[in-house]
Design a protein around this ligand. Structure first.
Ligand code: FRU
Length: 464
């Protein structure tokens, strides 16, 4: 199907022309320009050996598709240029990624048969690769781990560079390894920063160690956490912990519990970076692996699958991590229509892309119906997102929350991001209204609603 006819193509979320996308990688602002890379398989919407796709932006709203940055064409990454991060040093961007290699043969590729090499890449402009070399070959990883050790992310502290790597130990506990370097070339193993307790997952992917207002935060994507009644509902989850980090002793001592970063159906592998204005920005894959047989994305039949979330600015408020949509997205708003709702309200002539800002006075219950058959219901101190058939198997996700004071709803053809209480909670979901669906936005309860139809970002004439 031609993309022009495809009503599910997103109009303001970052996505490639064709094929498969997963994790964001190597995000950086360099000489004013944002460079966003991502796991990418151009020829297969079901995934495969990943490349690093590349898009640039001057405002993180309007993205330009760039040629592929790296392909799996080296002996040390022939089965995938896997995920990693970047750091700028002396006018050069240094990227680190995992070169994935699967040896031919009868292997399980967990305990044997796989190599995951840490590769160092340099670029003076973000477009061309100057150097691409293995700095930690798989064989040099410490003992006690399966073949799954990957996703390097770099942080500088006190004149040293530190690398965190996600790992699966032989006893099937997730963990995060810490390496140190003075020059970004020679890396020494420092120790294991943190290890999963019994029920905290067998593999921790995509670790990201960062500071906000001096507070150390560890973000990671654990696999194998069992669902409780309302938490950890997705096959794989992604979240964070506050803690104290001691780089010398290689320890991260949690000072709080593990909180999920998103309570919807489609969110994984969050990746943060600090931009030139000092904002901490998070991008994430608006999707995740292994959702079948529960739910799926019908766009596979149209030759593509997945997108990134809207970039979110991270802040710490009242001892919690808050996520707000990058405020430049306000530039996509067309004229807003504000309504005070007492009981029931329907927005007429609903657009396929819009933002709705809903201010909610204290009340026992309310309901927002949107899309073809989707709804957000608050009652008994629970907020539930659910879809009918347009969810392609996505049924219900629930947050336990005492009060909901506001909701910011971003709808983009087949994606929805719901920011709750100024970003205290977020729910992200894909859903696929049928072609001639009667799209709606209805509110039942007391509220002040401001509805903004949005301009597709490809037509955005703002900062670019
Ligand atoms: C997370 C992940 C990473 C890996 C990449 C491969 O989604 O599995 O651990 O580097 O995807 O595409």
């Amino acid at each position: 199907m031609e993309h022009q006819e495809d009503q599910w193509r997103l109009k303001y979320h970052l996505m490639p022309e064709t094929g498969w996308l997963n994790d964001p990688n190597g995000a950086v602002q360099f000489n004013g320009k944002y460079h966003i890379y991502y796991q990418y398989v151009p020829e297969d919407p079901n995934g495969g050996a990943t490349h690093w796709g590349h898009q640039t932006s001057t405002d993180l709203v309007h993205f330009h598709q760039e040629p592929i940055f790296m392909s799996p064409d080296q002996p040390f990454d022939i089965d995938g240029v896997y995920s990693g991060g970047s750091i700028v040093e002396d006018g050069v961007i240094h990227y680190f990624y995992t070169g994935n290699v699967k040896k031919p043969g009868d292997y399980d590729y967990i305990y044997n048969g796989r190599e995951q090499n840490v590769v160092h890449v340099t670029s003076r402009d973000g477009y061309t690769v100057d150097k691409r070399e293995v700095v930690i070959p798989h064989a040099e990883f410490p003992d006690g781990y399966t073949d799954h050790i990957r996703d390097p992310k770099i942080i500088e502290d006190n004149g040293n560079f530190y690398m965190v790597l996600g790992a699966r130990r032989c006893d099937n506990r997730g963990s995060i390894l810490l390496y140190v370097s003075e020059n970004l070339e020679d890396w020494d193993f420092k120790g294991e920063l943190i290890v999963a307790e019994d029920d905290e997952g067998y593999m921790w992917e995509c670790p990201d160690l960062l500071f906000i207002d001096g507070q150390a935060i560890l973000i990671y994507s654990p696999q194998g956490i069992l669902p409780t009644e309302y938490k950890y509902q997705n096959t794989h989850v992604a979240g964070y912990r506050f803690g104290d980090v001691d780089f010398e002793a290689a320890t991260f001592t949690p000072t709080g519990e593990f909180y999920e970063l998103d309570y919807g159906f489609d969110f994984y592998a969050p990746h943060t970076f600090e931009d030139e204005a000092g904002r901490r920005i998070q991008l994430a894959w608006m999707g995740l692996g292994d959702t079948m047989p529960e739910y799926t994305n019908p766009t596979i039949n149209r030759g593509w699958q997945h997108a990134l979330t809207i970039p979110r600015e991270l802040t710490i408020e009242a001892g919690k991590l808050y996520q707000r949509p990058f405020h430049e997205y306000e530039g996509l708003r067309q004229e807003g229509v504000q309504t005070n709702v007492n009981d029931q309200f329907t927005v007429e002539n609903i657009n396929d892309i819009y933002e709705a800002v809903v201010e909610l006075p204290e009340q026992e219950s309310f309901e927002i119906r949107f899309g073809e058959d989707s709804q957000l219901v608050f009652e008994d101190k629970k907020l539930a997102l659910s879809h009918g058939p347009s969810g392609y198997g996505r049924r219900k996700r629930i947050i336990e929350v005492d009060a909901v004071s506001n909701i910011q709803l971003f709808v983009d053809t087949s994606a929805v991001e719901i920011y709750i209480n100024d970003g205290e909670y977020v729910m992200s979901s894909r859903y696929y209204p049928s072609e001639n669906a009667d799209l709606r936005l209805e509110l039942y309860g007391k509220a002040q609603v401001t509805y903004y139809p949005l301009i597709p970002s490809k037509d955005y004439k703002g900062a670019n």
